[in-house]
Design a protein around this ligand. Structure first.
Ligand code: SF4
Length: 346
């Protein structure tokens, strides 16, 4: 199958151009047409010779995404369900914050990790996305925002799928959106979240860049984490923490731990104390997330007061903690819900 135009980094465009007897600076023109002018066909690339445009359309597919549905929340959150060329569907979310607009992208169709609180994993993994299919999500979001003259400021790789099980495409995606000749999204404005694929946390720490890392932790001990997240049997908590310490020492950056509070499971004060002891001394931020209701899983939400009690315990261990503001409550905001609904209907 032909690659998508968005699959290529600037370096790959340079190589492609020189292998097609073109000057390397043509690669800059490609970046400009694709990511600055954001055209949607080769015909619009008016400063490229016609013969080159014909060669490009022989070699590449242009648009990998169709909009199936768009849901808009009263709080400004927008959730897209996109159709892929092979009939699969994926979700992408635009979120509005005080500090700007972020886009949450998906890296796989479905997921095989099996976290018990997550709708994305219910049908298992269908396939990995290419870097271009991930880039196209940001571009689609940007085109939507173009109508109101707004701009994507940050990108979080926290949608469906485990990015570190699709490592190479995720890394290439980051290089493409970070390129100053293109979308120019700063490395410090990009965060990747992993459920704990330990070997790739080491690789990520060695990438030598400023991209942020978040770990989906969700439990303070081996037994409970294995119950909630089967990946914890493959990569035990102690190994995960070793990798986190390596990341902190190697990068000097702060690490984020995501902790979804699930009523009666991991939200007791004893869990907060265990978590406090586990993370004490680390340069980290704990992000407490009131778990979204997933009809297929019988989980209850933690009350607001209990969330604040949990946070106070972490404060006592001098651990920076935030409580995630809930967004898109009036739409299918939990990751995987919209896609799950769509596949039941189709
Ligand atoms: S939370 Fe992330 S890693 Fe876990 S099953 Fe859902 S999509 Fe996969």
């Amino acid at each position: 199958m032909k690659p998508f135009v968005y699959d290529y980094t600037h370096e790959q465009w340079k190589q492609w151009m020189s292998s097609h007897k073109q000057a390397e600076w043509r690669a800059n023109q490609m970046m400009d047409w694709l990511y600055v002018k954001r055209v949607q066909s080769f015909d619009e690339m008016s400063n490229l010779p016609k013969t080159l445009r014909a060669e490009l359309s022989e070699a590449f597919h242009f648009l990998p995404l169709d909009v199936i549905t768009t849901q808009q929340s009263k709080d400004g959150t927008v959730k897209f369900l996109f159709g892929l060329h092979d009939g699969h569907a994926i979700e992408t979310v635009i979120m509005r914050h005080q500090y700007g607009i972020s886009v949450c992208v998906t890296t796989q169709v479905g997921c095989r990790i099996g976290c018990t609180f997550c709708a994305s994993t219910l049908g298992g993994l269908k396939r990995n996305l290419t870097s271009g299919e991930i880039v196209a999500q940001v571009l689609k979001a940007q085109r939507f925002l173009d109508e109101t003259d707004e701009r994507v400021k940050s990108v979080v790789v926290m949608g469906s799928g485990e990015p570190f099980e699709n490592y190479d495409e995720t890394i290439r995606f980051i290089r493409i959106i970070n390129d100053s000749r293109g979308l120019n999204i700063g490395q410090r404005h990009i965060t990747v979240s992993t459920s704990g694929v330990v070997d790739n946390i080491y690789r990520f720490a060695d990438e030598d860049w400023q991209v942020g890392l978040a770990i989906s932790l969700h439990a303070p001990n081996q037994e409970l984490r294995s119950n909630l997240m089967p990946i914890n049997r493959r990569f035990p908590l102690a190994q995960l923490l070793d990798a986190c310490w390596y990341y902190l020492e190697r990068t000097g950056r702060r690490l984020t731990f995501e902790y979804a509070l699930i009523g009666g499971k991991n939200d007791q004060l004893e869990h907060a104390h265990e978590l406090g002891k586990l993370l004490q001394g680390m340069n980290c931020l704990v992000n407490l997330i009131p778990v979204n209701y997933v009809p297929e899983r019988d989980y209850t939400r933690t009350s607001r007061n209990k969330i604040f009690d949990f946070k106070r315990v972490l404060d006592s261990y001098k651990i920076s903690t935030t409580i995630r503001r809930e967004q898109g409550h009036d739409i299918d905001a939990a990751c995987g819900q919209l896609r799950a609904k769509h596949s039941q209907l189709s």
